[in-house]
Design a protein around this ligand. Structure first.
Ligand SMILES: Cc1cc2ncn([C@H]3O[C@H](COP(=O)(O)O)[C@@H](O)[C@H]3O)c2cc1C
Ligand SMILES: O=C(O)c1cccnc1
Length: 350
């Protein structure tokens, strides 16, 4: 079976490294717990990376771009041509994630999986073409089995690239007009929430637009209902190429043992699918931020995830995850460089 790999277990957390990091935190010259979540993040990263002193220095950001057939239903505030235009903007270094990646000195990989408006070839964009877009999932499965397999393996390839580059941390991003509709449908199928509970403004729909989007999702869920019990089938029917690539990347990173920092609503819907397909993935994911997209909190709740930041961001591209990287770096630097009570000759708690 070509998809057998997706269900193979994630690398177990290194509890010895995590416990050693927790013991070190207790020795550092501060009241225990006073660095709050920075302590917990350093300890969690130690378990994920298998070393007492973890690092967030080397970061790989992989951004997947693809179009969605459901865009014809008028579910986005922006035209579909923007997906291909943004691929060109990524290539030219002008997108938000381009700027963030440069500022973080992160490795940025852009993978073009297919757009209706083809911007052409660029040396710094990987072309891994599946089709100009998914099919409109209101009336038919978004992908066939071969397309799903292709997209999942594309994500696994990024995880392997990250491993080869010695990445400490993987960030997955996406670009695809109408992909909040796809993420909403997928999240409804996986959580049992209603379309009205999860549908949000995306790129800027008004209240009537959000009701229409929820209606499109409701029709799609009714059409596919009999097949949605299997999360892989739900992903094939309701997902997008870029969302499936994120699923493949998250699962493969978890299997290889690369820590994953999950972005906003769309990346979290992909994380939800990854964990539904392969529950062992969950303990290898960190959640960067709470998006302003209406349904994100419900998706985070379904994952029992506590995001690091809440900056009212709602962009995607991996931008929220990239924004959390400096805090992870500070958490690691404090953990590695603070003096212990013994080293500094400071008296411990009475
Ligand atoms: C210029 C521009 C840049 C973006 N970068 C990410 N998105 C985000 O918005 C899209 C999803 O929203 P919806 O479902 O409403 O279409 C995705 O491409 C997502 O990555 C963008 C959207 C636009 C317009
Ligand atoms: O949170 C996200 O990922 C998001 C929200 C709105 C539009 N695009 C992405």
């Amino acid at each position: 079976m070509p998809l057998d790999w997706i269900r193979q277990s994630a690398k177990p957390i290194d509890t010895a490294a995590r416990d050693a990091a927790a013991a070190r935190q207790a020795q550092l010259t501060k009241p225990p717990g006073s660095l709050g979540r920075l302590e917990a993040l350093a300890i969690a990263l130690a378990g994920l990376q298998g070393r007492e002193r973890p690092s967030a220095g080397r970061v790989q950001i992989s951004v997947y771009a693809a179009d969605h057939g459901v865009a014809v239903e008028g579910v986005s505030a922006f035209p579909q041509a923007v997906t291909g235009e943004m691929v060109r903007n990524f290539a030219n270094g002008g997108a938000a994630i381009s700027v963030l990646a440069r500022a973080l000195d992160a490795q940025l990989e852009v993978i073009h999986l297919g757009t209706v408006n083809d911007p052409g070839r660029y040396p710094n964009v990987t072309r891994d073409w599946i089709a100009p877009s998914t099919a409109n999932f209101r009336h038919q499965p978004a992908m066939d089995a071969a397309q799903l397999d292709h997209a999942l393996r594309c994500g696994r390839h990024s995880a392997r690239n990250a491993a080869q580059a010695g990445a400490d941390l993987f960030v997955g991003g996406e670009m695809g007009i109408a992909n909040t509709t796809s993420a909403t449908a997928l999240a409804c199928a996986l959580t049992g929430a209603t379309p009205l509970e999860l549908a949000g403004a995306g790129t800027g729909l008004d209240a009537a637009g959000i009701r229409h989007k929820a209606d499109v999702v409701a029709h799609a869920l009714a059409f596919h209902r009999a097949a949605l019990g299997d999360p892989l089938e739900a992903l094939q029917r309701l997902g997008g190429f870029e969302i499936a690539a994120l699923v493949g990347a998250f699962v493969a990173c978890a299997q290889i043992g690369i820590a994953v920092l999950v972005d906003g609503f769309i990346a979290s819907a992909a994380a939800l699918a990854a964990c539904a397909i392969n529950p062992s993935v969950r303990e290898r994911l960190l959640f960067a931020h709470r998006s302003a997209e209406a349904g994100h909190q419900r998706v985070l709740d379904a994952l029992s995830a506590q995001p690091i930041l809440d900056l009212r961001m709602r962009l995607g591209e991996g931008s929220g995850a990239a924004t959390a990287v400096p805090l992870l770096r500070l958490a690691c630097t404090l953990h590695a460089q603070m003096a212990t009570f013994a080293e500094a000759g400071v008296s411990e708690k009475a």
